[in-house]
Design a protein around this ligand. Structure first.
Ligand code: SAH
Ligand code: SF4
Ligand code: F3S
Length: 456
């Protein structure tokens, strides 16, 4: 949405200082937050602010926060404490994102130097909140407790990468897994229209983007408000936008993972060979406690669809160890699931009790040492799986998108369609530029990356 005209007028009447106002923004958390920040930056620039690199240089210091685990939440309070002294110089502090929505006005009590607390569902009102901040208001809140039906769309997005960009297609979450804060911090599930998503994809292609990543807490729960396209159809349509060479999507929820997503991947070559499908646990007993709404067998059926695709599709997942009630046998089932699926990557976390969630009051909590032991066992086993998986690429030629250059190692950094890092050397006098596509022969493998040589 564009800035409302009356707000811009108010700003002009109020005599904006000749020197441009500056802001510093640090982002924590998931890709949704990273992309929200790109939209927040666009909105601030539109309001006459200039981004600076340090807290010391900024008039307005913003933290876009994450609350998924306790450690993530604590980070922002450490930052606020570390830079509190800057308030003496008239600087203002704002807390955005998931901790803002979760803690609300409590943040003013814990950190009285904060002037703005705004959750992601209120960013449409940012221009208005900025004006109030400039007029001297010291307690501004933008909070929304699962009321908003609208999505945050703005044409002022400032994307940090000129080749590969995000598009949020669905915000919020209605799943309420027993351990998770997201339904409370991100609000109700709400999708953008497929026309607006496709228009943005076309604008990005026109601006030179070749890779698009569709985002949502549950990206495949997408429901077109216009009723024109299913998620799989939207995915295919984005993949068919002229100029787009790679399309990714994250995060899929197993409950809404339908077979037509794999059919779209089969039909449209630009859809990347990768699915991130968080399982959380290999035990149906724990999945039930987690309120994930599927069983191990249900999940494995979806995996079998992906494995039956025409191209080889890489799979990654998220796992929580030490959820209340997880027995050694339950944990063992998670380990056997890793072997059965053969993931190329696993994001594993120790269960962290979170405010507002049902799991907080569940019995049989697991001691931290046991959580740590289980996490270590899981990571060790997964490392061996990846060592074997990655070695299977040796001798093959893969296309990479160039991401940059590692000076110390003298290697170009590339990413494959399967989302694997493939670093390579090149005999050409001029190195391939970031954003270009290169064919690379894999010569060596590690559990987390590949090494190769550019094919002439
Ligand atoms: N919407 C996605 C995941 C979003 S959160 C899904 O449903 O899969 C990203 C990951 O953080 C989750 O997949 C989960 O593994 C982890 N996570 C969420 N809440 C957590 C908690 N309380 N403790 C530990 N890990 C958690
Ligand atoms: Fe959290 Fe579950 Fe929603 Fe994922 S689906 S964001 S884990 S509540
Ligand atoms: Fe964190 Fe909020 Fe994303 S809690 S993981 S920033 S949705």
């Amino acid at each position: 949405m564009m800035a409302e005209p009356q707000i811009v007028d108010a700003l002009q009447e109020k005599e904006v200082p000749a020197r441009s106002k500056t802001f510093y923004l640090e982002t924590f958390g998931c890709q949704m937050n990273v992309h929200d920040s790109e939209k927040v930056i666009g909105t601030l620039v539109q309001q006459g602010y200039r981004q600076v690199e340090t807290e010391e240089d900024a008039d307005l210091i913003l933290y876009n926060t994450c609350s998924i685990r306790d450690k993530a939440e604590q980070k922002v309070f450490h930052r606020l404490n570390d830079f509190k002294k800057l308030t003496d110089q008239g600087k203002r502090f704002g807390v955005l994102g998931c901790v803002a929505q979760q803690e609300g006005e409590h943040i003013f009590e814990r950190a009285p130097h904060v002037s703005l607390v705004a959750g992601s569902a209120s960013y449409r009102k940012l221009p208005e909140m900025l004006v109030r901040l400039e007029l001297g208001d010291r307690r501004i809140t933008g909070l929304d407790d699962r009321q908003t039906e609208e999505t945050f769309e703005t044409e002022f997005t400032v994307r940090s990468n000129p080749h590969r960009g995000y598009i949020t297609i669905i915000e919020g979450c209605d799943k309420f897994c027993a351990y998770c804060v997201v339904p409370f911090t991100r609000g109700k599930e709400r999708s953008r229209t497929s026309s607006s998503v496709l228009a943005e994809a076309r604008r990005m292609a026109d601006a030179g983007y070749t890779e698009i990543q569709l985002l949502g807490q549950n990206v495949n729960s997408y429901r077109d408000p216009e009723g024109k396209k299913s998620f799989a159809e939207l995915l295919a349509a984005v993949g068919e936008v002229p100029g787009i060479r790679r399309v990714r999507f994250t995060t899929s929820h197993p409950r809404d993972f339908t077979r037509d997503i794999v059919e779209a991947m089969d039909a449209v070559p630009t859809l990347c060979d990768h699915v991130h499908l968080p399982v959380q646990s290999g035990s149906s007993h724990v999945l039930k406690l987690m309120q994930r709404e599927y069983t191990r067998e249900w999940y494995l059926e979806r995996i079998s669809w992906i494995k039956a695709a025409k191209r080889q599709i890489s799979m990654t997942t998220d796992i929580i160890v030490g959820f209340p009630g997880e027995t050694p046998e339950d944990f063992e089932q998670t380990i056997t699931l890793l072997h059965e699926v053969q993931y190329d990557g696993v994001f594993a976390f120790k269960y962290s009790p979170r405010p507002n969630t049902p799991a907080l009051s569940m019995p049989d909590s697991i001691p931290d040492e046991v959580k740590s032991q289980r996490l270590q066992i899981l990571l060790d086993r997964q490392r061996e799986i990846q060592r074997v998986n990655y070695s299977k690429h040796i001798g093959h030629v893969l296309e990479v998108m160039v991401e940059g250059y590692n000076q110390t190692r003298g290697q170009v950094i590339g990413r494959t369609s399967q989302n694997k890092t493939l670093n390579f050397t090149s005999s050409q006098p001029i190195l391939p530029a970031a954003g270009s596509y290169v064919q690379v022969k894999v010569t060596k493998s590690f559990p987390n990356s590949l090494l190769g040589e550019a094919v002439a």
